[in-house]
Design a protein around this ligand. Sequence first.
Ligand code: SAM
Length: 252
Amino acid sequence: MDRNRCSTAPQKIGVGPSTALAYLDPHYWDERFSSEEHYEWFKDYSHFRHLIHDNVKPNSSVLELGCGNSQLCEELYKDGITEITCIDLSAVAVEKMQKRLLASGYKDIKVLEVDMLDLPFGNECFDVVIEKGTMDVLFVDSGDPWNPQPATVTKVMTMLEGVHRVLKPDGIFISISFGQPHFRRPLFEAPQFTWSVGWNTFGDGFHYFFYVLNKGRRSTDSKGCSKGVDMPSMCLLQEELENEDYIFRTNV
Ligand SMILES: C[S@@+](CC[C@H](N)C(=O)[O-])C[C@H]1O[C@@H](n2cnc3c(N)ncnc32)[C@H](O)[C@@H]1O
């Protein structure tokens, strides 16, 4: 991520920043996390727990990208998935997460200050890589979603290549996202990846996508296997219109 972009953290309006471009600014996240204890992007674990259970075995080693101040890692741990490494670019998020986990007895969960575009892990060392709303950050200045800016595509491909590299040969990448399949599939299905691409949806007014990419399982025709709807209808609840996800969604 270019640390020089948007170097002045924008003013917050209501629950979110005045422009979604703020989400590309590391200063924005540091400032936000210094005063915010918990914010769960999209939905909390209870809404997609069944999908985790369908896809993640309890003894899996898991890498979470962009943990922020989410409770996802604790929820995974409570469900028996105890070998977890969380990363975030924000030093503030990392420090606060380390303290929170230690204080609440989750001392086995590792939290590291790491850029997901430059993963410092060896090849094939995780069973699962998971992210919720973190890859979507890379899309906030993508321009036309049908034809994203080359700079966006470069960053996303760097991230995906890193994820693919650190996954074990039969590992899975779970991406929980606003991004609809017709925008994400061209990237997920780039020729260098050996994973299959499938997805489910969850949520009420907003639909969120729960992508599951199984490394080494790419079919010869490289088509995704949709288990949900490709273009969900939108019927927003008032609380969702007031939610910060709305600002985010208008851009990704
Ligand atoms: C939209 S928030 C999602 C937070 C959390 N995953 C959740 O579900 O609540 C995006 C998070 O990604 C982090 N982030 C942004 N760019 C990153 C990067 N290049 N590498 C690692 N983390 C990044 C931000 O600091 C922030 O914590």
